[in-house]
Design a protein around this ligand. Structure first.
Ligand SMILES: Cc1cc2nc3c(=O)[nH]c(=O)nc-3n(C[C@H](O)[C@H](O)[C@H](O)COP(=O)(O)O)c2cc1C
Length: 190
């Protein structure tokens, strides 16, 4: 598939069929992750592969709690309708853990986010690879990271870049509109 087609094919999925992600598909996705760029090639990312129903249910629980926090804080009204069922239905969740001490030289000159930037590139690689395998995915962050760290035994010094869901879509996902790119010529103009 042409890359331009693949980039548009990747779609955030919030409803999954009960079909497992195979070990071969997982390895292909992780290989794509490995080839992401990172500052000083420090590859600051690690992965927790979650397939266990109990762990998925724990993630669902803390996500429902996060949703309630948004509702209680009078956040956007649509959040009330946000479904959380797909968390337990999703066959594979890869939690991407990022080491902020592996962010290259940026911390010397006001660029402290190198590790998370690399982890984000790694996540995009995985999602595009999944789309190429006819799997859909979701970059999911609707949880308190401190609570997720305690559930998954992730040390405090590490960051969570996202919980990435992979599986076969149960329905067609909406295609959210894109804005026309804003391009400035040579210098930023307001
Ligand atoms: C850093 C990041 C965090 C996100 N967190 C969530 C999330 O918690 N729940 C969710 O449903 N979608 C989440 N998304 C997905 C976006 O909503 C989605 O990418 C956007 O609406 C565009 O849709 P598309 O991915 O189908 O093109 C997240 C995306 C990014 C990049």
């Amino acid at each position: 598939m042409a890359f331009s087609e693949l980039a548009k094919k990747r779609r955030s999925c919030r409803a999954f069929k009960d079909i497992q992600v195979t070990e071969e598909q997982l390895q292909t996705i992780l290989e794509a992750a490995q080839w992401a760029p990172s500052p000083l090639n420090e590859q600051p990312f690690q992965f927790i592969a979650i397939t266990d129903e109990t762990v998925k249910a724990q993630i669902q629980k803390i996500s429902i709690e996060a949703k309630q926090t948004v509702i209680d804080s009078r956040g956007p009204g649509w959040v009330k309708k946000y479904p959380m069922d797909f968390i337990v239905e999703c066959p594979l969740i890869l939690v991407v853990v990022s080491d902020p001490n592996k962010g290259g030289l940026g911390s010397y000159f006001e660029q402290p986010h190198g590790a998370l930037q690399a982890s984000s590139a790694c996540i995009q690689n995985m999602m595009l690879q999944a789309a190429d395998l006819e799997l859909h995915s979701l970059w999911f962050t609707f949880f308190n990271p401190l609570t997720l760290k305690s559930i998954l035994n992730i040390p405090d010094r590490l960051d969570i870049a996202g919980a990435i869901m992979f599986g076969t879509p149960a329905m067609e996902s909406k295609v959210p509109k894109r804005r026309t790119p804003v391009i400035h010529q040579n210098r930023y103009t307001s």
